[in-house]
Every structure is written in C-alpha cells, then in structure tokens.
Design a protein around this ligand. Structure first.
Ligand code: V55
Ligand code: FE
Length: 486
C-alpha cells in the first residue's frame, strides 16, 4: 500500500511524483548557445515510499538524478532514481523499511545492517566517472548516458573510510581531488578520514584526525596549500540515536570550529580555530596568501534546518536561518585561535551557488548565487501567495569590488542552485549561469540560462519542461569531454 495522504515533508510543487522521465528534444525559448556541449546534471531527493516518521528530514528522501544534455543547440532531458541497496530493499518490501535520517536504530529489522544511504545530494564527475554523492555512504556510479546506477566507487579498494563527502574539491592546477568522510570510525564517531585522489583516480595519500565534537561537516574549502574544515552547532551521540531521534540536533551553546590542515600532511597536524556560533554548511572559495588563509563562505547566523531540532527544545528561529556572504581570515602565525569575519554584502543569499571552478585554487572575484530581490514583483494572481519566500534572482557577487549584478527569473518563478558553465578559453566568470526554476503559475520546471557577464539583461534562453522536475539539491555542469557521452 502506497499512501502519501498523511505526508507533510514534501507538498505542493515538491510533492512526490515517482516517475522517471525522458524527453528526447525539449521545448525551448530564446536561443540556446550552440557552444554548449555537455550536460547540466542534477541530484536531489524524492520519497518513493512515504517516510516512516512524518517529521523526518527531507534530506532522507531517495536520490533522483537528472540531466539536461546539450549538443548542437538542442537539449534532451532524462531522469532516474538512484538504485541504492536501500531503494531496492524498499521496492522488494513494498513499503519504507528505513526510519529517521541517519538513525539505523529506527529501521525495520528486515534491513538491519544494510547500507542506508539515499545518494541524494551532489552529482559529481571525476576521472571519467559520474557519481551520485551523499555524505553518509560511498559514491554510486551513474552511467552518464542512461543515468542507470552501475556500481559503487571506492577507488580500487584504497579509500578506507565508510563515507564520502557530497563536496569533494578538485585542485584546478593539479587536477587532484580532496575527499573526506566524517564519522569514519563508526556511528556518531569523532574521526574524519581524508584522502587525496589524483586526476586518474589513483588514491595517493590518506590520513585521519579527531574532531573537537561530532557535527555535520558538509563542505570544505581548498587552497593550493591547505584544506579547510568548518563545522558548528549540530550535535549527535549514540545516546541520542539509541533514543530513536533524528541524527542531528542543534546546540546553541556550542562554538564554531574550523580546522586547517596542510595538504599532504598527517591528521595530527590539523590546527583548530574557534569562533562564535554560526551555521556553517557550504563554502565558496579560499586561498592561501603568505601566512594567511582567506575564505569566502555563505554561513548562516543559526540553525538552518527546521527538522534538526534545537536540543534545548526552543522553537526553530526563522530569523537566524539567514545566510550572508562572509570573508573569514585566519592568521597561521598568530598564537590566537580566533579568526576575523566580515559580511561582504548586506543582502541575504542562498548558501548554495557556484564559482568558476577552473580557478578554484587561485585568487577569485566572482560568486554566483541565488537571492530574493524584494524590489521585483511576484504575481500573486497566477503564482500564489509566495512573495518573500522564493528565490527570484541570481546574482554575480564581486568579492573584490563589492558590486553585484543580477538576473530576475520571472514573476512566478523560484530558482534552485545557480550553476556556472565556463566558456572555453575565457577568463574567470566568462560563460553562462544556469539553473532550474519552479514556475508556480504553470506548475512546471524551466531551465533558465543567462550570459554570466550580462546577467542584468536577463535569461537568453529557457528549456521548458511540461511537468515539475524531480527536486534538486545540487547541480553541476559536466563538459562534453569530461565523461564518455554517446
Ligand atoms: C546537507 C544536505 C544533505 C545532507 C546533509 O545541505 C547536509 C546540506 C541532501 O542531503 O544529508
Ligand atoms: Fe551541499
């Protein structure tokens, strides 16, 4: 029996649809640049069976991968569920067998000991392979043409951790990937495993370190010399999990920690900096300049996720769940363990966005991300009463000059993560910005494309889907020569 009528976690535009889609030649408007050769890959989650617990985290829904494949000015769309062992076990049972987000104690006995990952966070192409990533498991390998799940990745058996981050970083000069996994010594464990994998997919270095307390460590930043590990606020423990609670709680009494590890060093050489509590989820960019490490990141003031409850039982505070583009400066020579923090723009931003990854380990100017432009209209008659709760614009934030230019998506539209697509041979920021918009007027999804250097001129093209696309967490552009595309 499949009954979604009691499910609260995903409704309206994001209510489960459970289909897998194929459109061989999509409807478009405007002009699709013929230079675009590759695919905009997206990964997100949708429950194939309703969650066991009504108040579960949406982050616990089944991975669904999709691609907009661009070639010769034409676009095709495809989407498939990621066939994790968990998805297959549920399908066999005909019902949800798995309990709360990252709490195996709440599962049905039938799936005891099974890999629980839903592979729903980031599509990632590396060394000729396409992977579906989530921070509580190893990557699932995806065929870039059919989007079928074809295996798992452990780098020839050399990757010695149980988890692989949703946000590996690739050094734009050497092509090396830095990856890691937290809780690598077991559930609620205090160890992080870090690996370096060269551009051919060979693991060349790994190490481990202990954290001051166990927390979400969702993203890192990379410079030519250092790896930066931020975490804060979220807490877990075996007691908590055995009590049947969702994996993470939020503890307002904690401090923020940021670890800096020299590239290639052993885990014991990590240096911890400490600061006031923030919600530190994603990063944008970092660099090492002399004795300083400088990072730009979109940290929130407080708990971003309403479904990870405050451990003091205080209600979730919407006004603290605001992200700002910040610059953090660390002085490696200083004896102090603090950092300097500046807010670079007064506009609250979405904490997922893009940089020009061709220059990831170099000094950079541009961050592309979504925000709510309150000066723009929302068409209540057609789109519903969503004013103020939608991401209607992408901005190009120049972190050197403080200037921002933006693209408005439409008066019934809300945008998912911005993706940057580089133009061959171009300087930093030359290319396109694209991302999927929910159009609440027609209840359909549109891929919106703009010239990254002319955002204020608005979208130059759209790919119009005749339905709501499966939800997205992260998206990425994969160039036609990065994967064995047919
Ligand atoms: C995040 C997303 C996740 C997750 C943990 O954006 C953190 C942060 C989509 O899954 O499991
Ligand atoms: Fe993420």
């Amino acid at each position: 029996m499949v009954d979604f009528s009691k499910m609260k976690a995903a409704q309206g535009f994001f209510a489960p649809q459970r289909y897998e889609a194929d459109i061989f030649d999509c409807e478009t408007s405007g002009s699709i640049p013929s230079e675009l050769d590759g695919a905009f890959m997206r990964l997100g989650g949708e429950w194939y069976y309703p969650p066991k617990f009504e108040d579960d985290a949406i982050l616990n829904s089944d991975g669904h991968v999709s691609s907009f494949r661009f070639k010769n000015g034409r676009v095709s769309y495809k989407s498939r569920f990621v066939r994790t062992p968990r998805f297959e076990a549920n399908l066999k049972a005909g019902a949800q067998q798995f309990g709360y987000y990252r709490n195996p104690f709440t599962d049905e006995p039938s799936v005891k000991g099974m890999d629980r990952t839903v592979a729903n966070t980031t599509p990632f192409a590396f060394a000729g392979r396409l992977m579906a990533l989530k921070e509580d498991g190893l990557p699932h390998l995806i065929d870039p043409n059919t989007l079928e799940t074809v295996g798992r990745e452990n780098w020839g058996g050399k990757y010695k951790g149980p988890h692989f981050t949703a946000h590996p970083k690739v050094d734009s000069d050497t092509g090396e990937m830095i990856a890691y996994g937290n809780e690598s010594n077991g559930l609620a464990g205090d160890e992080v495993y870090v690996a370096t994998i060269d551009k051919t997919g060979r693991l060349t270095h790994d190490t481990r370190f202990k954290v001051p307390y166990v927390s979400i460590m969702h993203d890192i930043a990379l410079t030519d010399k250092h790896i930066i590990f931020p975490f804060a606020g979220y807490v877990t423990s075996m007691e908590r999990l055995k009590a049947g609670k969702i994996h993470w709680g939020w503890d307002n009494s904690k401090e923020s920690y940021i670890g800096i590890l020299p590239r290639g060093a052993e885990g014991k050489d990590i240096r911890w900096f400490k600061g006031p509590l923030r919600c530190m989820m994603h990063t944008f960019h970092a660099r090492t300049v002399g004795n300083k490490v400088i990072m730009e990141a979109p940290f929130y003031d407080g708990n971003f996720f309403p479904f990870f409850h405050n451990v003091d039982n205080s209600p979730w505070a919407r006004d603290k769940a605001k992200g700002y583009l910040r610059r953090l400066t660390f002085d490696l020579n200083s004896k102090h363990d603090g950092w300097k923090e500046e807010i670079l723009f007064p506009t609250p931003i979405v904490d997922i966005g893009a940089i020009d990854r061709r220059y990831l380990t170099r000094d950079q100017r541009y961050v592309f991300t979504g925000f709510t432009d309150d000066t723009k209209p929302f068409n209540v008659a057609q789109g519903g009463n969503l004013r103020g709760r939608i991401t209607n614009s992408y901005g190009r934030f120049d972190v050197k000059s403080g200037q921002m230019v933006s693209m408005f998506a439409g008066e019934t539209h809300s945008l998912a993560e911005a993706c940057f697509v580089p133009r061959k041979g171009g300087d930093e920021g030359a290319g396109w910005v694209m991302g999927v918009a929910s159009n609440f007027a027609n209840m359909n999804s549109e891929l919106v494309i703009a010239d990254a250097e002319r955002l204020s001129e608005g979208p130059i093209a759209r790919v119009v889907l005749p339905f709501r696309a499966a939800p997205q967490v992260h998206g990425t552009w994969v160039g036609g020569n990065e994967l064995p595309f047919a």
